[in-house]
Ligand binder design. Structure first.
Ligand SMILES: [Zn+2]
Ligand SMILES: [Zn+2]
Length: 307
């Protein structure tokens, strides 16, 4: 695709994106200000942690903690509220206030993924939990309110409508084609110029109808339904891939959200990680029509990550 706009349909969802590469800016022009200054009373710095919020400390070899799980102090959902049932946690990724996740070695990503696995295992045992979302907001544009690097866990007894819709259409695809749509997408995408990285365990690519500039999906090649099914070697591959993507985003200072697409109650889905940088701002067309304009084609995005 050269400079002409192109309307693309998401693989099997009823969603459309208008790719308009001629309007794209070069990555180096979009550097965004992110403040990593230590502000007097950061609630995620070790000296300010409230003990009664601590759920679990992950130590590594050092004293204190390397990664810390806390109860969310201001949860939207709680286990004692029938009207808004759910459970939320915060995962502080480092005691160091000034470091961003992207700067850590792949070995730290391995540790973080293992914490995600630990929390998914634990929370899936809570009664009636249908859905466990693990996500991270990095940078002000991604909605992060505290700069100290952290991820969050959000779990509820309802399946959010978007997730339900995707699940429903994936099942429809399976019935019709007798294959998993995501397994098919992986096989197809690693042969295109949208491929960013692959090894024996994972496939990483910019999706055909990317809604966000530099959007990336990371898939286990094996048909695994959630993060707890990853083996040691797959965790390492996942960590390497995530480190690669976050380092590139850090280079150009882009805010991002990432989240695991996994449902605890469905044991036959193909889980994956979506990384959605927050460069573009959705405006009239997006909000009014639901059509999304993306001025950076996924092919350009993949080229950026491969460089
Ligand atoms: Zn801090
Ligand atoms: Zn699959």
């Amino acid at each position: 695709m050269k400079n002409k706009s192109e309307i693309r349909k998401a693989y099997f969802l009823n969603k459309y994106v208008i790719i308009t590469p001629s309007r794209s800016k070069r990555p180096r022009d979009i550097k965004e200000q992110t403040l990593i200054k230590r502000t007097g009373k950061c609630v995620f710095c070790p000296e300010n942690i409230e003990n009664d919020l601590v759920v679990k400390k992950f130590n590594g070899k050092r004293k204190g903690w390397e990664i810390l799980v806390l109860k969310n102090k201001f949860p939207a959902l709680t286990l004692d509220n029938k009207l808004a049932y759910g459970y939320q946690e915060v995962i502080i990724e480092t005691p160091d206030h000034t470091k961003v996740l992207a700067e850590f070695p792949a070995s730290h990503f391995v540790k973080l993924l293992k914490v995600y696995i630990d929390r998914t295992e634990k929370i899936s045992k809570i009664k009636r939990m249908e859905y466990i979302l693990i996500f991270k907001n990095e940078g002000s544009k991604a909605g992060a309110s505290i700069v100290h690097d952290h991820s969050q866990v959000f779990s509820t007894d309802i399946l959010p409508p978007d997730v339900y819709e995707e699940l429903k259409l994936a099942k429809k695809y399976k019935l019709k084609n007798k294959t998993c749509p995501y397994c098919d997408i992986i096989k197809q995408e690693i042969k295109t110029e949208r491929k960013i990285f692959e090894d024996k365990n994972v496939a990483v690519f910019a999706p055909y109808a990317s809604e966000y500039h530099y959007e990336v999906w990371i898939f286990p090649k094996k048909h695994l339904d959630n993060i707890t099914k990853l083996n040691e070697s797959e965790i390492k591959s996942f960590a390497k891939a995530l480190k690669l993507i976050l380092s590139k985003l850090n280079e150009i200072g882009l805010s991002y959200n990432y989240f695991f697409h996994q449902v605890s109650s469905d044991n036959d889905q193909h889980f994956y990680l979506k990384i959605q940088p927050r460069d573009s701002i959705w405006a009239g067309v997006e909000l009014g029509s639901g059509l999304v304009i993306n001025s950076i084609s996924p092919e350009q995005a993949a080229e950026f990550y491969r460089a």
